[in-house]
Design a protein around this ligand. Structure first.
Ligand SMILES: [Zn+2]
Length: 81
């Protein structure tokens, strides 16, 4: 993990309150924008019960992206129940 990743996480922590209302997709783990009921992947298996927040800025160089099978940059949840 490089320094760029650290800074990214720091910035996101400021948005903690906003995040509470957000939901995550059970299929691709993507964080769904507030108000949306269908994920960009087409799934409507959306859960509010998720934990672990990760911002993928470089899919090719990210171990987490590889582990989760993420193929696009974006905001994801590590665990979705
Ligand atoms: Zn999805």
């Amino acid at each position: 993990m490089g320094r760029r990743g650290e800074g990214e996480r720091e910035r996101e922590r400021e948005r903690e309150e906003e995040r509470i209302m957000e939901k995550a997709c059970r299929d691709c783990h993507r964080i769904i924008e507030t108000g949306r009921v269908v994920c960009k992947c087409g799934s409507n298996a959306i859960s509010r019960d998720w934990s672990g927040y990760v911002v993928i800025v470089d899919v090719e160089g990210s171990e987490i992206a590889k582990k989760l099978g993420i193929k696009k940059e974006g905001r994801y949840a590590l665990k979705v129940r």
